[in-house]
Design a protein around this ligand. Structure first.
Ligand code: SF4
Ligand code: SF4
Length: 466
């Protein structure tokens, strides 16, 4: 029992469900647009076809990554790592400039939470109606509303779970329910996790689980864009009554910014790590300001330095030239340039020339000095490639074993044993060299006639025959 002046606090305090107020306005429209754009990419793009196959597919079973005309194989790990590096540095760069813009508009947690809140609003109404419904007894009306809402959420999560599998295996097969037990398991798990994180846990994920929320403060500086309440303009806050001449700030203490906040904080208490930068408070406060006949922007995008009057807010963009932004931008530009150059110079056909150590250099049946090799071909494109091979490096050198117009199907490596021979009088030559460099020259073009390329592979020829 707590004595007077003592406060009893629970060791574990369950969080209250937050029912944010629906907002309209400039930034709310951007949030809706980002939901539509990201979900168009996630749910619709896998249905696009390119050249008779799914345009975007991380085909796990085939170990191929298709992105329209680009096909990456496990041997292209460097390009896949490049994509991840660009995503990481892009995020660092963007966070340094614009703070939690990713969290507020494009993070899957934000986007799916927004979708779940649409369902809340469609079936249960806005904040006041939802709060009322929460307190209401479980009568027929409440059961009917909840049943309809959770059916819609279930269908949405099922769609999301199945589409997730459709990124890794052909989506048309997935939606014919032609899936393995593991794929079913992953689809159900992914759909359930979406429901759990976006509908049940919501802001708890950003507050307590998201690692990015923890380390992004390392990328913030005083010139990073933040959402901030202007206390100089807003305080002292308070409702203005008719005939009350006491000088008050612009904040009328309507608490709408708190009601609209999806993480349940009061932005007027200053910058808080829970703030995901969704700008709902800006929209709702701007509406209040307009009604009060005051200028918008009591809560606005600004920087810490601008709030401290280190420079006028109109000059925020000039701070883009600071070393951290330039540094991240430069790294990003270098990786992007290297990635593009690499992709354009990437060989569709790759060949490993392997000297066959099991077969010694010898004279063949027509008396020429011969070495054997294995050519390991890989067609890294999604088209049949027609290959021709030549050999150079020693006078009179000949290559046998590679058929003219040799056709390579896309996919797994193919090994071809080949023989290289030189005139007998050049073997065991008195030049002090037991081996000499030779050059396999390969020319390939896609069977449909597009793009012809030539490249060389160097190998050693053993001239010393015992
Ligand atoms: S919405 Fe604006 S006016 Fe209303 S309490 Fe928040 S800051 Fe003050
Ligand atoms: S304080 Fe404003 S910007 Fe931050 S999470 Fe709440 S509503 Fe969004």
């Amino acid at each position: 029992m707590a004595k007077a002046n003592e406060q009893e606090i629970e060791l574990y305090q369950g969080s209250k469900r937050i029912h944010p107020k629906w907002t309209t306005g400039f930034f709310s429209k951007w949030r809706i647009a980002m939901v539509l754009i990201t979900q168009f990419v996630f749910l619709i793009v896998p249905w696009f076809n390119y050249d008779g196959r799914q345009a975007v597919l991380l085909h796990v079973a085939d170990r191929h990554f298709y992105f329209f005309g680009l096909v990456l194989l496990p041997s292209d790990l460097i390009f896949m790592s490049g994509i991840l590096f660009m995503a990481a540095f892009g995020l660092f760069w963007w966070t340094t400039i614009a703070g939690r813009l990713w969290c507020g508009y494009a993070c899957p947690q934000t986007v799916y939470t927004e979708i779940m809140m649409w369902f809340d609003r469609i079936f249960e109404g806005d904040r006041a109606a939802r709060l009322k419904l929460e307190k209401a007894p479980w009568d027929a009306r409440k059961i009917r509303i909840k049943l309809m809402k959770y059916t819609a959420i279930f269908l949405m999560c099922a769609w999301i779970g199945l589409t997730f599998i459709g990124w890794f295996t052909p989506i048309r097969e997935v939606f014919k329910f032609n899936m393995t037990g593991t794929q079913w398991g992953v689809a159900i798990f992914y759909g359930f996790v979406t429901f759990l994180l976006a509908h049940i846990m919501r802001e708890q994920v950003c507050k307590y689980m998201c690692p990015y929320a923890r380390f992004q403060s390392a990328m913030f500086d005083k010139d990073t864009l933040i959402i901030s309440y202007d206390p100089e303009r807003g305080e002292p806050r308070g409702k203005k009554k008719k005939g009350d001449d006491t000088k008050k700030g612009d904040c009328v203490d309507c608490t709408l910014c708190v009601q609209a906040c999806p993480v349940g904080i009061d932005i007027r208490n200053g910058l808080q790590y829970e703030c995901i930068g969704c700008a709902a408070c800006i929209d709702v406060c701007d509406e209040v300001m307009v009604k009060q006949g005051k200028p918008k922007g009591l809560i606005r995008y600004t920087t810490e330095s601008a709030m401290e009057k280190a420079y006028p807010e109109s000059k925020i963009w000039t701070r883009l030239k600071r070393p951290r932004v330039v540094g991240y931008g430069l790294i990003l530009a270098i990786i992007l340039t290297a990635w593009i150059i690499g992709i354009f110079n990437r060989q569709n056909v790759r060949v490993d020339v392997i000297k066959d150590r099991g077969v010694i250099a010898r004279y063949n049946e027509v008396g020429r000095a011969e070495n054997t090799y294995t050519l390991r071909f890989l067609n890294a494109s999604d088209k049949v490639q027609v290959v021709n091979a030549e050999i150079t490096g020693i006078d009179g050198i000949q290559l046998t074993g590679v058929p003219a117009n040799y056709e390579l199907n896309p996919g797994d490596p193919v090994s071809l044993p080949v023989q290289v021979s030189i005139p007998a009088e050049l073997a065991n030559a008195d030049d002090g060299k037991s081996t000499q460099h030779i050059f396999f020259k390969f020319t390939y073009k896609a069977k449909d006639g597009s793009e012809e390329r030539t490249f060389e592979e160097k190998a050693a020829f053993v001239k010393e025959i015992r």
